[in-house]
Design a protein around this ligand. Structure first.
Ligand code: GLN
Length: 465
């Protein structure tokens, strides 16, 4: 068996018992990369030299039996939205094409401390705005199951890399579905933790009240290993929660017998792909056979989720992205006459069309004349979406839905009409609005051989369940 295809839980035992060496393991991952990366374009930056250097350190630590964690010596990647000290962090935008951060994001620092080997930064939609990775300013990542299709987005590079065994796991971000939707399109597990579970320090901001980092892996157990490494309170992020991190590896061994699972009727609507509905319903039946109690529930405000998100997320983005003005860092237009001209040209040349669309939408929604009608109203409806879940969780332990209404779509299929693109997150967005954790796990394939994802929604800080 190719060691690059194993799970972290398996390979880490082999590393600790020295059945396999760290460098040898890294070799097997890089040979996957040589084979598949030219076709898939999952990475924005590959860190081969740094990775081999770290592998040596890890091997030394294993010899000395020092501080081993389940991630010691494990090759992984991070989305190009996380700041990495001394390593280009472009967020897939021209405006940051030369940006080399002077510090590590907390997530990156924690992964390094746990002994993980970061092999590269993964491609994404510019500033995490998109559902297909087609909005990257640099390249389009392909879906490993069918390269004529998108890997999903915005963390498409992370999902594709893990699916193609180019690394054992990856960390992405999810503002409206950017971990779960690509995980479902690429047939891997992807977890969006509770808002506040994982530090946002050093994670380039899109919509600060919605953004959350989380893992991709090929097994749920590996997601638990990754979450254990990156979760926890961080004084550098005022929104990070000061709540103890449970032992996720222990929690995932609990029986599902007697678990109460809710199926929201609003998530099985017209427009959802037939095969997606069938696979998800089959998975639900399977859980029932294993002893879970399944009940229908209602989340009546679901239909407003998308509209609320596309007021709030662009509003926050328009404010967060004001900092890219060519003054302190990033791209600056070479042709300029005066200061105002410099701002205008820099932003006109540096941002791509989707980012500009969001900035305009957000600026409009926040403008004095429209604030009450849009931003304020959206905040009020956001509360209703959260209340829906709070009510439902009085009766059930978890909620099951499809992750996305369709399997992976073709390149160009949705680029002409932004609204149809936005719809691919209709089932994932409500969780971000409510701050809840959700995981996408594979639950079958379409007749065309494309993976389908099941979304499991939990109570706040109940990722372990
Ligand atoms: N696809 C959604 C958007 O474009 C969500 C993106 C995300 O979660 N970062 O905003």
């Amino acid at each position: 068996m190719n060691p690059a295809e194993l799970a972290i839980s398996e390979v880490s035992k082999k590393l600790q018992s020295r059945e396999i060496g760290v460098t040898e393991l890294l070799d097997s991952v890089f040979s996957q990369l040589e084979k598949y990366e030219p076709e898939l374009d999952a990475f924005a930056t590959i860190l081969k030299e740094k990775a081999y250097k770290k592998a040596e350190e890890c091997q030394h630590g294993i010899y000395k039996k020092r501080n081993a964690t389940p991630l010691t010596g494990i090759p992984i990647s991070v989305k190009d939205i996380f700041c990495t000290e001394g390593v280009l962090t472009s967020c897939a935008s021209k405006i940051l094409e030369n940006f080399v951060p002077p510090y590590d994001a907390t997530v990156v620092a924690k992964l390094k401390d746990s002994g993980a080997i970061i092999i590269g930064k993964t491609n994404m939609d510019e500033f995490a705005m998109g559902s297909s990775t087609e909005n990257s300013a640099f390249k389009k990542t392909k879906n490993p199951w069918d390269i004529s299709r998108v890997p999903g987005g915005s963390s498409g590079g992370s999902a594709a890399s893990v699916a193609a065994c180019m690394g054992f796991a990856s960390v992405g971000t999810d503002t409206g579905g950017s971990i779960r939707q690509p995980a479902s399109f690429c047939g891997v597990a992807g977890l969006k933790p509770t808002y506040g579970r994982v530090s946002r320090y050093g994670m380039i901001a899109f919509a600060s009240s919605l953004d959350q980092g989380g893992p991709f892996a090929r097994t749920v157990e590996d997601c638990a290993i990754m979450l254990s490494a990156i979760a926890g309170h961080d004084p550098m992020d005022s929104t990070s929660a000061d709540i103890a991190v449970p032992d996720y590896l222990k929690e995932i061994t609990h029986d599902i017998k007697g678990l109460k699972l809710g199926i929201p009727k609003e998530y099985f609507i017209k427009g959802i792909d037939n095969e997606v509905e069938l696979s998800v319903r089959k998975a639900i039946k399977e859980l029932e056979k294993l002893g879970a109690e399944v009940t229908e529930i209602t989340l009546p405000s679901t239909e407003y989720g998308l509209a609320v998100y596309y007021i709030l997320a662009p509003s926050e983005a328009s404010s967060n992205l004001a900092r890219y003005d060519g003054v302190k860092y990033g791209y600056r237009s070479p042709s300029l006459n005066n200061l105002m001209d410099m701002y205008c040209r820099t932003r006109a040349e540096g941002f791509g069309p989707e980012v500009k669309r969001r900035i305009m939408l957000g600026t409009y929604a926040l403008s004095a004349g429209y604030y009450d009608a849009y931003y304020k109203k959206a905040q009020q409806v956001r509360r209703l979406v959260r209340d829906d879940f709070e009510n439902a969780f009085k009766k059930v332990d978890a909620i099951l839905t499809p992750t996305s209404p369709t399997p992976a779509f073709r390149f160009g299929e949705k680029t002409q009409d932004p609204l149809t693109m936005y719809l691919s997150d209709v089932f994932t967005i409500p969780l971000n609005l409510a701050g809840l954790p959700g995981i996408s796990v594979p639950c079958g394939f379409s007749t065309g051989g494309l993976p389908i994802g099941l979304q499991i929604i939990g109570k706040p800080f109940d990722e372990g369940m």
